[in-house]
Design a protein around this ligand. Sequence first.
Ligand SMILES: NC(=O)c1ccc[n+]([C@@H]2O[C@H](COP(=O)([O-])OP(=O)(O)OC[C@H]3O[C@@H](n4cnc5c(N)ncnc54)[C@H](O)[C@@H]3O)[C@@H](O)[C@H]2O)c1
Length: 314
Amino acid sequence: MNLLVTGAAGFIGSHFVLRHIQEHRDDQVIVLDLLTYVADKSYLDPVEGQMQFIHGDIADQTLVTKIIKDHAIDVIVDFAAETHVDNSISDAAPFLHTNVIGVQSLIEACKANPKILLLHVSTDEVYGGLKDGEPACTPQTALNPGNPYSASKAAGDLLIQAAVNTYGIRARITRCTNNYGPHQAEEKFLPTIIRSALKDEKIPVYGEGKQKRDWLYVTDHTDAVEAVLEKGEDGKIYLISADGERENIETAKTMLDVLGKPHDLISFVKDRLGHDWRYALDSSSIKELGWEPKVSFEDGIKKTVEWYRGRYTS
Ligand SMILES: NC(=O)c1ccc[n+]([C@@H]2O[C@H](COP(=O)([O-])OP(=O)(O)OC[C@H]3O[C@@H](n4cnc5c(N)ncnc54)[C@H](O)[C@@H]3O)[C@@H](O)[C@H]2O)c1
């Protein structure tokens, strides 16, 4: 297979490429990444020489078309996105550019090359926040995004569904719960906890920390993307979750325990505007493909803390 992987200098995409190249040595992998402030191309150093890196924008239709032609691309795996909710609240424009216009650019490429499979990586956040006790979302649950980030991701998903219906493009969408692990951008919740705790600084936790998130170790997510690539069906949506909801305060305390730091480093700060209360996904669609998470929360947190400890203390 010839794969175009977008956004692979970021958190999840980099893990996908490292693992994919290790396990599929005959595939040709082309990475397209704009190298925004979160990206770190050095994450891909271990596979330098086994893939081609192109610096560019998925919204650049001419560039995407040229890459597809030059490399006879069979599959696009789309991780490219603006992803930080707080940034979307202060300025939604980059989110509309990449998460909406950029997705439409990939759709246009697929319209012109109908054999290409577009695997679009999306998020549970498109369903918006759930109340306690509400049932987990299924692929059929109506989208109800609660902030500009999730609204832009929902728009990208809907454009793909519309293109499947209108033009018959080949596409599969995955929606995953919160990820954690090495390579995540500094601004996100878990890296912030680790960085602050290692400096014995206060750890900001929104509101009273009672919001619930369902954490999945990053390589469990990339394994699920591989399962959808290999065994999924065109036109379907796959929901990826380890079915382990935790309050944010509980997650912060677990991490402090692993770091050997006191819980009184936790400091409650004014809640995020429109903060989603809880996300929950029904993971039966991905489990039907034989996928199961392999990394327990306890082991995943230890691996994550060790990686950031090396980064922040070296
Ligand atoms: N991180 C999570 O917890 C999580 C959970 C579920 C789903 N997702 C989804 O997974 C995908 C990847 O998330 P992540 O956390 O790895 O993101 P990230 O922010 O760490 O990385 C995004 C990457 O996309 C690149 N990029 C941004 N705009 C681009 C553009 N216009 N053209 C080309 N490249 C561009 C960036 O340079 C970066 O390398 C996103 O679609 C996100 O919505 C993330």
